[in-house]
Design a protein around this ligand. Structure first.
Ligand code: HEC
Length: 297
């Protein structure tokens, strides 16, 4: 009985030990250590059991000899009679189904008789029984792993983990996809994240020539309705990406990622009509006031 108490004690020990060294051993590692400890405990029990069994048998023999039994008598009583080897080769099929040969059917005939129909009491085939015991063993292991020790993930947790992984993969994919944008695929958007990012890029790179609020200085006013190179989001993207080398607007293709160019283009779009102080006089053609938004999409 005392020995059985070792198992819970061992589990508690492993848990506290691994909790203390949390930073050093990963969760997975802990699981393996736990498994290993439990399996070695069980193996140890089997070995102890076998050794004890042998010891008891030897003791029994000694005691019986002292009481005057002969060696042969003791062996006959203790060792199970070994089956005689069958000389005739049994049919594999019959063996597989644990069936009795026709000649021995009489011994397994069940008494009852319904209108001349009788039953044989054939044993359940060994393969079936092994499967059956297998399911019990499987169930036991499953219960221990998933419900008692909580080592494995249950279906719902597994589902959540997979969703989280898919979420990360999706984010990575989207960030890559966002970077694949160019002047033909750029979209007009006005979400806060894009505009904040666009404003930061603008403040860092563009204010020197276009003014702190896009009112214009060396470069043209970006807040009015007059444009030299087109006002659609695709036009802005193209102007910013390739620049207008001859007129002093640098190319940004090398310094900014496609996503950044898209963000700053959208930020410039958002400046329209913001009427900053000291605006530079209009340059270029007046924007055709039809459907900028629709046309840009
Ligand atoms: C070195 C000065 C300089 C910097 C820095 C600069 N620009 Fe310009 N930008 C210009 C000039 C000059 C023009 C006018 C080109 C022309 O006359 O064709 C221009 C034109 C533009 C236009 C086209 C305006 C129109 O009327 O069609 C856009 C849009 C623009 N710039 C955006 C930006 C953005 C965004 C940045 C920052 C990433 C930036 N620029 C940085 C000088 C600059």
């Amino acid at each position: 009985m005392n020995k059985l108490l070792i198992i819970p004690a061992l589990i508690t020990f492993i848990q506290t030990a691994s909790a203390q060294s949390d930073s050093m051993i990963s969760g997975e590692m802990k699981n393996y250590i736990g498994y290993g400890a439990i399996i070695s405990m069980l193996l140890l029990f089997v070995v102890v059991f076998l050794v004890l069994l042998r010891a008891f048998k030897t003791m029994a023999r000694v005691i019986l000899r002292l009481q005057g039994y002969t060696h042969a008598e003791i062996t006959a009583a203790m060792e199970p009679v070994k089956k005689e080897k069958k000389t005739k080769k049994e049919d594999v099929w019959i063996k597989l189904l644990s069936l009795k040969p026709m000649s021995e059917e009489k011994s397994i005939l069940i008494e009852h008789d319904y209108d001349g129909i009788q039953e044989l009491d054939n044993p359940t085939p060994a393969w079936f029984m092994w499967h059956f015991y297998g399911t019990i063993a499987f169930g036991l292991c499953y219960m221990l792993i998933y419900h008692v020790f909580g080592v494995g993930q249950l279906q719902y947790d597994e589902y959540k983990t997979e969703l989280a992984q898919a979420d990360i993969a999706k984010k990575i994919y989207l960030s890559k996809a966002a970077n694949r944008v160019d002047e033909t695929t750029v979209k007009l958007v006005s979400d806060a994240a894009t505009l904040t990012s666009g404003k930061a890029i603008f403040t860092q790179n563009c204010t020197a020539c276009h003014g702190a609020n896009g009112e214009g200085s060396v470069g043209p006013n970006l807040t009015d309705e007059y444009w030299l190179h087109g006002h659609k989001i695709n036009d802005l993207f193209k102007t910013i990406k390739y620049g207008i080398a001859a007129k002093g607007m640098p190319t940004w293709e090398k310094q900014l990622s496609p996503k950044q160019i898209s963000d700053v283009s959208n930020y410039v779009e958002s400046l329209k009509g913001s009427k900053p102080a000291n605006p530079k006089a209009p340059q270029g053609d007046k924007e055709v006031q039809t459907d900028n938004k629709l046309a840009s999409k």
